[in-house]
Design a protein around this ligand. Structure first.
Ligand SMILES: C[S@@+](CC[C@H](N)C(=O)[O-])C[C@H]1O[C@@H](n2cnc3c(N)ncnc32)[C@H](O)[C@@H]1O
Length: 480
């Protein structure tokens, strides 16, 4: 099925948008309600779970369930139930404008529309043909969680899709510019800005070209990052034959656009090519002043699972789900991608240039302030021995150290565990770590753990250990 015509809806009157906004809000079709639907068979491909979610929603009373059936799960809703939620005249106008259609007494939505942080974002069904526009998804949520809850200054959203990140950015306080190469995506972003009554300057163009010459405090992007089989390329999904080509081009455009205290956050799945990604990012950023780079990883997906996930985007015209999975798997083998790394790339102007990598158990549940602490840790780890020695460090909030002795082998396993991090420590590293958190500074701790007149090589090794504990998040700069 092709994407629905958008021209009439794009021209909808302000009065229509105000009434629609009112219905969506009054119904409490919000993040909490959608979260309850998403907790049904979580993490399964939509193709397997959507019918199950519809079954649950049909048994629920209330306007939010009707709106979720229509706009989040593509279900047909009996005309009289839809009319009770919309009201007769708004439903009629919604049909005239092509937001929904009425067939055989049932109403169906021709678009997806879901709540995000008090806003509602209209987008396409991603399994449609004809270059659908992406709305809020799980990966969009990760990007939003990494952005501070309050923003100031100017924000550029590159590859804005339906405008989710830009519009949430505006609602959090930033002045926003949103760019997409797809004219349909830009029109949808403008529609969503009007629907939610937030300001957004949406522009059509290739990557950052429409913003050339401007400076931003925030550059945010989730570019398409999926490897593209030869015969096809969908604008919202495919980032080149291997998947990272568009991302690498985007990185090279970032430095001149970054303001004096600017920060870029780019979310992508990176092909695991062996070489450290932090170094690749630095190479592609090129010259552009002193930059700090922290690449955070939040999970690994192997090529078979990736092929299954991507098969879920199989549309009616591109063949069976299972055939598509196998074809996609073969393409991944051709381009040498055996796994991808779910990554958030954080680039900032910094007086010390550095490139570090950080592994999280997963991104779900990691807040903007935890990403901030991770950044401060990586930055401190790149400083001189003098600066690092003078600093005070602590365990991450809520972390505890567990010591397990295997009763048979007597092997001791030491783990530092917090909600989103988990580290295996050697006995030596655990002893250094415990001394550091008990002392007022790293230097004071090293005086305790190192022998008097320790040779220079041993001191350097101790500092290397402290730096790696900081980068890995086993230690964080103290807020005390
Ligand atoms: C993965 S979607 C992200 C959508 C949205 N930012 C989000 O996070 O939900 C990638 C977006 O990048 C856009 N895009 C693809 N190639 C582009 C290019 N060369 N320049 C600008 N945007 C591009 C696509 O049209 C799509 O809207």
């Amino acid at each position: 099925m092709n994407v629905a015509a958008f021209d009439r809806l794009a021209e909808a009157s302000s009065a229509f948008l105000t009434s629609l906004r009112h219905v969506l809000r009054e119904a409490a079709f919000d993040d909490v309600f959608l979260g309850s639907c998403e907790s049904i068979a979580p993490n399964q491909p939509d193709v397997l779970r959507v019918d199950l979610v519809r079954w649950h929603l049909r048994r629920r009373e209330g306007a939010a369930a009707v709106l979720a059936r229509l706009f989040a799960y593509g279900d047909a809703v009996e005309g009289d139930r839809a009319e009770r939620v919309f009201g007769a005249s708004l439903l009629r106008e919604s049909i005239e404008l092509g937001l929904v259609d009425l067939r055989d007494g049932n109403v169906r939505a021709l678009f997806r529309m879901v709540p995000v942080e008090g806003l509602h974002v209209l987008s396409d069904d991603l399994t449609s043909d004809g270059d659908p526009v992406m709305g809020p998804g799980r990966t969009t949520q990760t990007l939003l969680a990494a952005l501070p809850p309050q923003l100031t200054g100017d924000l550029l959203d590159v590859g804005c899709g339906a405008g989710t990140v830009a519009l949430v950015g505006a609602a959090r306080g930033a002045r926003v510019v949103a760019v997409d190469i797809s004219s349909r995506a830009v029109a949808m972003t403008q529609f969503n800005a009007r629907l939610n009554d937030v300001a957004c300057d949406a522009r059509i163009g290739d990557l950052t070209a429409p913003a050339r010459g401007e400076r931003f405090d925030w550059i945010v992007s989730q570019p398409p990052f999926v490897a593209s089989p030869d015969a096809e390329a969908t604008t919202f999904l495919h980032g080149g034959r291997r998947g990272d080509e568009l991302l690498l081009r985007l990185l090279s455009e970032i430095p001149p656009l970054l303001g004096e205290r600017g920060r870029a956050l780019v979310l992508a799945d990176l092909p695991d090519v062996g070489a450290p990604w932090a170094r690749r990012v630095v190479q592609h950023l090129g010259t552009g002043g002193s930059l700090g780079v922290l690449v955070s990883f939040g999970g690994v997906v192997d090529a078979d699972m990736l092929a299954i996930q991507l098969g879920a985007f199989a549309s009616s015209s591109t063949g069976r789900f299972a055939d598509r999975i196998v074809a996609y798997r073969a393409h991944l083998a051709d381009v040498g991608v055996e796994r991808t790394l779910h990554a958030l790339i954080d680039v900032r102007r910094s007086d010390v240039a550095f490139a570090a990598e950080r592994r999280w158990e997963r991104f779900g549940g990691v807040s903007a302030s935890e990403f901030e602490v991770a950044w401060r840790g990586a930055e401190l780890a790149s400083r001189s021995e003098e600066a690092l020695g003078a600093s005070r460090l602590q365990l991450p909030n809520g972390a505890r150290i567990r010591v397990d002795r295997d009763p048979v082998s007597e092997r001791v396993a030491i783990r530092l565990e917090a909600s989103t991090v988990r580290h295996e420590l050697s006995e030596g590293a655990a002893a250094v770590l415990e001394t550091i958190v008990a002392c007022n500074s790293v230097s004071e701790a090293l005086l305790e753990v190192l022998p008097q007149d320790a040779p220079r090589a041993l001191v350097e090794e101790a500092f290397r250990l402290v730096r790696s504990l900081l980068v890995s998040g086993a230690l964080i700069p103290s807020g005390r």
